[in-house]
Design a protein around this ligand. Sequence first.
Ligand code: PMP
Length: 410
Amino acid sequence: IKRYFPLFDRHPSLVYLDTGATCPKPQEVIAAEREYEEAFSTNVGRGLYPLAEATTERFEAVRSQVARFIGAESEREIIFTSGTTASLNLAAALLAPTLRSDDHIITTELEHHSNALPWIELARAKNSTLHSAPFTQDGTIDVEALLSLINTETKVITLSALSNVFGTRNPITDIIKRIRSRNPETIVVIDAAQMAGHFPIDVTEWDADLVAFSGHKMYGPTGIGILFGKHTLLETFKPVVFGGGMVVDACADPAEYKESPFCFEAGTPNISGVIGLGAAITFLERIGFDTVRTHEKNLLAMTLVRMREHFADRIHILGTDDIEKRGGIISFVLDGIHPHDLAQVLGEHDISIRAGEHCAAPLHRKLGFSATARVSFGIYNTEEDVEKLISGIKNARALFDTKTPLHPSI
Ligand code: PMP
């Protein structure tokens, strides 16, 4: 599978273990984007000439493809955005007019900043109450604690399907069912950024109201994302961004806007990004999520075993060792080596991992870590990558363990 990804031809010795940040793109995604730029390069939804009509047709076909990919009932439930961050900010902006000062919003302590800050700012602007549900020792949302925060004032609950730090999956279908039995009026928003591309998503089975994810974390282009919204809910929202392509009658007073999702997509969209996203979905479906999952699970199991084997007394791995509950992400801290130093030393050997707070400062603060190291897998990783990672960590440990001063004169 690695041979589908031109990045690894350009960098043959690269051990890329930062898929949680973004994925290299397969050749067919790059080719699809290029094909649009070279052979179409026209706008969508406006032109009446054949080339523009062909572009609109291809663009709208991807909307239908995305709807099928996530089990949505209709393509009218798919809003194109620039990424998960934009989708979650849009969700907060769409919900803003419906929020009153006595309403409550619930989020969790394990959220990425993109699913925390928009709600913190919304609560501040509306003078609403914001609760943050804790996480458990194994790195999943503490569902009982979350449920205990729900009352008749709870308007919005937002949580992630798969933590970008713990790597743990939250049982979304079950959580949403329990939320609805407490308060059926609550709007449930799901951050699926780390889920898309690794597990199948079924928004209908989840029964989620709004779901956000990004193209670039599922082998698609950067700058393209999705906000799914239940059709019945989207119809109740008013547009929040205004301009071309979303209006029926701009001279009317008040102006008359198109129906959803078009009224939420003002301006020229990222057309090549949408076309590339379609190619990424085709790529993923051809490989199949069973293969994706089996592969990532094997690498995950192997890495956890090797880490425990070689660094047993020195390593702190965040979250559970139960791989059934995990996606392909492992965050860890090694005694005696700062995660930044580890990432830098590994980087010098062409092994790319992430170090820092991973845009989840409250989570790190709660655990008492200023930073963690994070390894995250994609479909292109191999067992050899894991072996190189482990020997790279051993080398780094030897470097930092040495009692010899860094410079003989010190
Ligand atoms: N949520 C989670 C869980 C993430 O991991 C990320 C990306 N690291 C985001 C949101 C934001 O995604 P994007 O940068 O594509 O907007």
